[in-house]
Ligand binder design. Structure first.
Ligand code: APR
Ligand code: PHB
Length: 398
């Protein structure tokens, strides 16, 4: 039986866990990142790809934004399509010249893994955390299963950045934590395709047959989504049916049909909102998807995860360098204020863009909301601020 002693054990090598590991390493604090999957797996997991203005700046300030700045696609607007017409929301004009960066989460993860591997700091793949104990004691004990057999980690703090369904939330007694949850009556069928993007900007589309989204990863790779029934499955969707449906939903009276191409990845994801409160229990701090899930319509998942770390890293550093607990004590409240704002925005976007099968009153409200964005500047401005920078609106100067 091997035991490893560290100051901070970080569970999960997603964007949250890896960025925290990087910032602690820069501050000279010894930490171990534990990841149950292989490096190959996490580097190729296809996820969302919109980085907010303030979060992109934060990645750059953290020393891991070089490739994002070089290769990320800077977008100054998004398109809204409904009732067969296309409307541009000029994000940058509406919000002080600020823009979003389209750069896949897998790329962020790649950059962070490279940065950690370059320092030689511990990043243990294929090492699954099985139990966490002693959260109210002075030392936390974490039992893992590693490729070399059982491995015990002893740490001052443990950070649960282990995504949804992680082991860390389960180690908090149910009586001291509240789980707020909403399940939406639709899922997204997502594809990655070798096809040149239809336009230079993302297209969020509401069609009577359902939601559609046109996004991209590069000038030759597109990422597209269709809103589908939660009980639907991939077997029902041939390549041809996927493209036909995307073509119908995204059609307008004056824009050419979308380009088709080989589909290189596909999946169906259910949509839900979850908030776990508080985000701390004794020596356990939750971050990212482990603490909150948003439906993808607002593109907030990765931004919230990275914004948690912007609060958590200085809090842990102050505690471990100076014994100063004040920031750590405020961690959960500071994050939850932003998380609930993101839940509100994501719910708003989701409900406005997914037509209801039978409720025509609801459909009338959805279309009125969309028309309000494209006709009323104050509404468009509010959308632009939330879309471009929600996760940093509490930061000074935002
Ligand atoms: N032991 C070790 N690792 C674990 C365990 C465990 N018991 N359970 C989960 N993990 C790992 C997962 O394999 C995953 O790689 O934790 C990692 C969590 O990473 P993410 O799911 O990427 O979560 P996070 O870093 O919070 O990033 C949130 O992910 O789902 C998207 O939209 C979401 O973009 C957002 C981002
Ligand atoms: C994506 O590019 O995968 C993407 C973009 C915007 C969203 C969700 C996903 O709202």
């Amino acid at each position: 039986m091997t035991t490893l002693r560290t100051r901070v054990a970080i569970i999960g090598a997603g964007p949250a866990g890896l960025l925290l590991g990087h910032l602690l390493e820069r501050a000279g604090i010894d930490a171990v990142v534990l990841e149950r999957r292989s490096r190959e797996y996490v580097e190729h997991r296809v996820r969302a790809g919109v980085i907010e203005y303030g979060v992109a700046n934060f990645l750059e300030e953290s020393g891991v934004g070089d490739r994002m700045r070089r290769e990320g696609l800077v977008h100054h607007g998004v398109e809204l399509r409904f009732d067969r017409a296309s409307h541009r929301v000029a994000l940058s004009e509406l919000y002080d010249g600020r823009a979003i960066t389209v750069y896949g989460q897998a790329e962020v993860v790649n950059d962070l893994i490279k940065a950690r591997v370059a320092t030689g700091a511990p990043l243990l793949f294929e090492t699954e955390v099985q139990s966490i104990s002693g959260l109210l004691n002075s030392t936390v004990t974490i039992e893992t299963q590693s490729p070399d057999g059982p491995l015990t980690i002893e740490a001052d703090f443990v950070v649960g950045a282990d995504g949804s369904h992680g082991v860390s939330v389960a180690s908090i007694p149910a009586s001291v934590v509240t789980r707020y949850e909403r399940v939406y009556p639709f899922s997204w069928l997502g594809i990655l395709a070798e096809a040149a993007p239809a336009t230079e900007e993302l297209i969020y589309c509401r069609h009577e047959r359902g939601f559609a989204l046109y996004s991209m990863r590069s000038p030759s790779v597109s990422r597209l989504y269709l809103g589908v029934d939660p009980n639907d499955s991939l077997e029902n969707w041939s390549d041809e049916r996927i493209w036909d449906e995307l073509t119908i939903r995204l059609a307008t009276d004056d824009v050419p049909a979308i380009q088709r191409g080989p589909i290189i990845e596909r999946g169906i994801t259910a949509m839900r909102s979850v908030v776990i409160a508080p985000m701390r229990y004794g020596r356990l701090l939750l971050a990212g998807d482990a603490a909150h899930i948003v439906p993808p319509t607002g593109a907030k998942g990765m931004n919230l995860a990275l914004a948690d770390i912007r609060v958590l890293a200085p809090a842990l550093i102050a505690q471990l360098h100076e014994g100063d607990d004040r920031l750590l004590e405020r961690y959960s409240d500071t994050c939850l204020e932003r998380v609930w704002r993101a839940e509100e925005f994501s719910t708003y976007m989701t409900q406005m863009l997914h037509p209801h099968a039978t409720d025509e009153f609801e459909n009338g409200v959805q279309r009125a909301r969309l028309r309000q964005i494209v006709t009323l500047e104050s509404t468009a401005r509010s959308l632009a601020r939330n879309y471009v920078n929600l996760s940093s609106l509490q930061e000074p100067g935002a």
